[in-house]
Design a protein around this ligand. Structure first.
Ligand code: DX5
Ligand code: ZN
Length: 214
């Protein structure tokens, strides 16, 4: 099992974005987690293509782009051009999820599907062999710094069992409220990638916070 850390740029200091990107470059983090919010799918607007282009310019690790937007199919090519390596869409935002996943892969990106806290993992049963990553939201999407929902651990275990049973090879990612208090439990439950925003960037020593999660 991989134990990857993806700091969430949403919690970075946007006045010092290059400094924070270089901190992640120099740290033991594995990916940049990039949260795109449209004010429709979630009650918040984060940032768009100009910020992604700045990230692309300075980041030396893969860009893990989490789309919290409606009708993501409209922008798949644009995110590829901004350097997305993994592009994750929400199950709840996609009417034709299978088609969306194929379109992401056709652009040469890894395709991820995210589930909100209320969505049962069984809805992914028929798409397990098609996805590269399943993202289990451990908070309601829209904001950093929220409290981890404990029920997530059971969902991660269930998705891990689905993976073993099916022989599929997707990664399991957990996003929201991750800290040194729950990271180990999540990895042991089967998670491969942990996103951490507030825990890393509010920490007096962000690089040590990344190491603490690892
Ligand atoms: C929430 C975002 C998360 C968020 C995580 O909607 O998808 O990636 O930035 O932040 P923390 O770790 O602060 O909960
Ligand atoms: Zn996210």
């Amino acid at each position: 099992m991989a134990r990857l850390i993806a700091p969430s740029v949403l919690s970075a200091d946007f006045g010092n974005l290059q400094r924070d990107i270089e901190m992640i470059n120099a740290s033991n983090a594995d990916w940049f987690h990039v949260d795109v919010m449209d004010g429709e799918f979630v009650p918040n607007i984060s940032f768009g293509f100009p910020v992604l282009k700045a990230l692309q310019k300075h980041a030396k690790k893969p860009l893990d782009v989490h789309l919290m937007i409606i009708q993501p199919d409209r922008y798949i090519q644009a995110f590829k051009e901004c350097g997305a390596d993994v592009l994750t869409v929400h199950y709840e935002a996609c009417t034709h999820l299978h088609r969306t996943i194929q379109a992401i892969k056709a652009e040469g990106m890894k395709a991820g599907v995210a589930l909100n806290p209320h969505t049962n993992v069984n809805v992914l049963e028929d798409i397990l062999m098609d996805v590269d990553l399943i993202l289990i939201m451990s908070v309601n999407p829209g904001f950093g710094g929220q409290k981890f929902i404990e029920r997530t651990l059971d969902k991660v275990k269930a998705v891990n069992q689905m993976r073993e049973r099916s022989g599929a090879s997707f990664l399991i990612e957990v996003d929201g409220g991750v800290s040194d208090l729950n990271a180990n439990k999540l990895f042991e439950a089967g998670a491969d990638v942990l996103v951490a925003g507030n825990y890393v960037f509010a920490h007096p020593n962000p690089m040590a916070a990344i190491d603490a999660i690892k």
